[in-house]
Design a protein around this ligand. Sequence first.
Ligand code: PLP
Length: 385
Amino acid sequence: MIYLDNAASTQIHEDVINSMLPFFKEQYGNPSSIHRYGRQSRKAIEKARKQIAQLINAEPSEILITSGGTESNTTVLHGLTSKSSKGKIITSSIEHDAILEPCKKLEKYGVVVEYLPVNDSGIVEPSSLEQKISDDTTLVSIMFANNEIGTIQPISEFAKISHSHQVPFHTDAVQAIGKVPIDVKAMNVDFLSISSHKLNGPKGVGALYIRKGLEIDPVILGGGQEHGLRSGTENVASIVGFGKACEIAKTNLDSNMSKMLSLRDDLIQKVTDEIPEVTVNGDLKSRLPNNAHFTFLGVNGEDLIIKLDEHGIAASTGSACSVNTQKASHVLQAMGFSHEQITGSLRLTIGIFNSQDDIDRTVISLKQIVKELRDVSPFKDKYSF
Ligand SMILES: Cc1ncc(COP(=O)(O)O)c(C=O)c1O
């Protein structure tokens, strides 16, 4: 199999698995226990917190460990809104559902939510934030990198505009972590969500960076773990694995980035050279190094995924983190794509374990499959393929 769906999830690194194993076997103590089993688990969590913090240039005390990107986003959206008497959130129209759905719920409670548009390259213009931000804004939340088209947003500029109005700024960096450098201090963000399974760590664990001095209301209440911000016995093995994944990602960031970029650019070049009537979607410069997103006119993306799977290639039409995959992409809709363009879309996302051979074999399969599907397409007469 060739796995090109790394935006959905990634293969766990062997060293990450090995780091986790003792916590399933001998070191099973509850980190809140006073005895040595408990102390071992507590120590392991604090080591992981440090490894997570180091990847984004934060202090360990600024890291709240959660169950993943979804919980981190909900924690900041609900945690800040219930604390504030002000009532407006500004976000973008291309966020992941892990932002859009909690926003919809908050709207039902009377919170006003503004959705900033994107240009046709999938970038949110900072001027649109300038226009919407006002004294009653509680939070600005704009994603670091988009999960479908991989576009990277001008995060530092959004943080600057937000702060000039004394409004905190959050970014969902789930797709960016481990793919590009993230420095919370240099970017001056207040809150940042990350997830372990996007950087070769285990699923069901992530973190929310909370800048020192800022407060949120806890969403999950109980035994007071994570300084009262997220109760519940810690998932020690997964937290340890997440920490290890962050350490490995930090060590290899530069080499991983250049490897993914070179494979991705080669893939885009070959696909656009060898297949007619194909477009590459989203800004090509301000973009994650591992994301290639295409539209093949006259082809149904889901048929393409099934055929690619038959050829041993795992791909996606867009967001696999949404249970309802039949839904037309709100990201491409926001970019002004027609129904036909959205239908013909394919996302290929490269990971650290992919090789040049994977790319070459994918191009050969893709060329053959697109031709086969177009030969039976109802749109056949409309195009020159
Ligand atoms: C941008 C973005 N935010 C949030 C999430 C949800 O993260 P998790 O699966 O860790 O809950 C995803 C998952 O793909 C994502 O791509």
